[in-house]
Design a protein. Sequence first.
Length: 267
Amino acid sequence: MTGETAFEGVLRQIDDSVPFEPGYYNESYLDRRINARMRRRGTESHREYRRLLREEADEREALMDALTINVTEFFRNPEMWEVMRDVLRELTEEKRRVRVWSAPCADGREAYSLAMLACDDDAIDESRVEVLGSDISEEALAHAREGMYHTTRTTDIAEELEPLSDPNRYVDREGDAFRVREAPRRLVTFDTHDLISDGSRGPFDAVLCRNLLIYIDADHKGSLFDTLEASLAAGGVLVVGMTESVPPDRGDGYEPIDKRRRVFRRR
């Protein structure tokens, strides 16, 4: 293609051969993730890396995993979860069936956090709560369904679970391994879903879409927000990341439940 840079050639190869749509993501994010894979493979140029993508299915899979937003933890930003506790109390008091969507859910820890919180709080009727965790990455979903997490040099699972009154009720622990127990697991299902191309789900009483919007190109945030809005029930609750917010042109459609913790109710 005339005038195409080597980097643009890599993006076109991704578009052609990886189930990921690079056009929706900002270029600095794509550049960081692609360069990390190039360093891992010892690849000197974008042209050489594009050849790798064309020829090696394993590298296409590894890049897909690298491009998928998969940074997560149990009860990430604990202050938000205290707001979410009140939201779930209110919803289960008002409704017989409360549907919550964690999207993207990465390895499932956010979805399980919702389920554990529901089980842990006596003022929340967990029998009314259904949690869907969805992600574009099949590898992440396989991990989520397994429900096994390990403490590592950079991840302390016991510390992540501290917001719970008694974490041992919700995980079986063996050394550094933590497996989610049956009580929270039965509230959660996992499914493949691409927020960019697969459209809306629901309606949900609450949608958590945290730390994805910051990576989406400004031109495409509107269409992603269309999907989130179409998935929310009337009066539903939307939670975005701590460095994100409702786009200014959508502000009239939401009232803050807790603006600092980025929890909003759809008017």
